[in-house]
Design a protein around this ligand. Sequence first.
Ligand code: AMP
Length: 286
Amino acid sequence: MKIIKIASQMQKIALKHIKDGDEIGLVPTMGALHEGHISLIAKSVKNDDITIVSIFVNPVQFCPNEDYLKYPRPAKKDKEICKKNHVDYVFMPSANDMFPSDHKTFIEIKTLQDILCGAFRINHFRGVATVVAKLFNISCADRAYFGMKDFQQLKIVEKMGKDLNFRTKIIPCSVVRERNGLALSSRNSYLSAEEKKRSLNISKSLKEAAEDFKSRDLNFVKKTVINKLKKIPGSEIDYAEIVNFDDLSPANKNTKKAVFAVAVWIGKTRLIDNIMMIKDKGRSGQ
Ligand code: AMP
């Protein structure tokens, strides 16, 4: 396994692999790797000749009041995890290499970037889309792996890929959870033991919502989750929305395949989670 720190060098290596007929898989991450990331890496190792994991805490996707500086950066442990999981290249660029002071180009995904998390994290998805586009170009990836944990991010990257004719195929990967249901996240390390216990109610309420969605109307499903989330001590809801699975538009009574997406503060930690919900055959949701 090789560690590459410079974008132009990574691109040169990737181009050589393409020339040799290798297919390249990219797993973009911000590091502090856990089993969720490892599931993406495993898929790439299985599908692709070459697996590149990028580890980059992307400054342009953080708002000024967010946790950019305190975001965990366990570089040594991350490299060990990559090595153990048969990664070929770890790409760890500096912020200055990716976004030098004269960087001027940004990608916007209209509408999709302004809803759900985008309504609370101004410019977040513009930063995500831009860094992902750069990583696609640098890695020359045939496939790139994204977790459904960040469902809106996945949809935005898919839309960008389609609209801008990127050749990189987006591979969605299921959410990896602890046995108790908590979705794995690098930010879970901010939670105290007590907060972690409280946050289990997020995934639990979503799981129950997916059951309710089969037979109850949207209002009931939404209100039930909001009430449960409000009851978590020290919680504050940013949003709790039911949207269409395909395009994140608001769900209605005819929606057969939806996603319930939430962002909830537990103390000083903002957690996101979501669940896919499918209507029972023959029901319209009345
Ligand atoms: P991050 O390092 O948080 O930016 O995440 C990098 C990639 O890993 C993104 O595509 C995430 O959606 C994915 N990911 C993070 N947590 C999970 C999880 N619990 N299950 C599946 N994928 C995840």
